[in-house]
Design a protein around this ligand. Structure first.
Ligand SMILES: Nc1ncnc2c1ncn2[C@@H]1O[C@H](COP(=O)(O)OP(=O)(O)OP(=O)(O)O)[C@@H](O)[C@H]1O
Ligand SMILES: [Mg+2]
Length: 227
């Protein structure tokens, strides 16, 4: 049997606010096949970034199972945390492309070198890196450093980094949050085109209902359970 791309079951996560536990994710499950896209919506603070962090191993759920690209991460497992962290690390380097809410580029590298570095880390060719910057409308900024460009331009460079690694799964946290409507549409067009062309999975946290409607699945985290 071929595993699905991503499956999460019974995810629970709470944070502490003073002495009070604050439930963020309660018994949440989702399923994504290759070539599918899932929009995560919900008001600010509803847990979109927390869920994305769990789905790429940067945050641990209190309970639940994540199966991704043939690997299983189960909070009931007795496996040492460092081993699971190493498996998550390999997945993020090679197969899961994450675009964070705040673009995280290496400050000492130019935009182009950031993209090249990311491609190399994933075992991909550096040949198309400049092309990705062009397609995202920032080709002429290739030699600038991250602190010499705007937030929206950094966000597009972060997307170019993910595109260049040719991932099996893309997790994007409000990837057009700091872009104007026109630029956002162009960037999202590239994202869906890449997803269709490579048949990768895409999970997108967004406040934009129009964008959410373009995804094949929709998960609304707006309704927190009664506490
Ligand atoms: N490390 C943390 N410690 C304590 N509380 C946290 C932590 N990270 C997130 N939270 C809380 O968990 C809840 C969910 O946060 P999260 O960042 O996942 O929301 P979000 O849906 O991504 O919001 P936004 O749309 O503003 O980005 C919020 O109430 C937040 O304050
Ligand atoms: Mg968020």
């Amino acid at each position: 049997m071929v595993d699905s791309l991503l499956s999460a079951r019974g995810l629970n996560k709470q944070f502490q606010s003073g002495d009070e536990p604050v439930p963020v994710l309660v018994d949440l499950s989702l399923h994504l096949e290759a070539g599918e896209s899932l929009a995560l919506t919900g008001r600010s603070g509803s847990g979109k970034s927390t869920l994305l962090n769990i789905l790429c191993g940067l945050e641990k759920p209190d309970a639940g199972v994540v199966q991704v690209l043939g690997e299983t991460f189960d909070t009931r497992s007795t496996e040492a945390g460092s081993k699971a962290d190493a498996r998550w690390g390999d997945l993020r380097r090679q197969q899961i492309g994450v675009v964070f809410q705040e673009a995280n580029l290496m400050p000492a590298l130019s935009l182009l070198d950031n993209v090249r570095f990311r491609a190399r880390l994933a075992g991909q060719s550096e040949d198309g890196c400049q092309d990705w910057l062009e397609r995202l409308g920032i080709g002429e900024l290739a030699d600038r450093f991250p602190d010499q460009v705007s937030g929206g331009q950094r966000q597009r460079a972060a997307l170019a980094m993910v595109f260049a690694m040719k991932p099996a799964l893309i997790l994007a946290d409000e990837p057009t949050g700091s872009l104007d409507r026109h630029t956002a549409e162009a960037v999202i067009g590239q994202l869906f085109e890449l997803q269709t062309r490579h048949g990768c999975g895409l999970i997108l946290a967004t406040h934009d209902p129009e964008l959410a409607s373009r995804c094949s699945q929709h998960l609304d985290l707006a309704h927190l359970p009664e506490t």
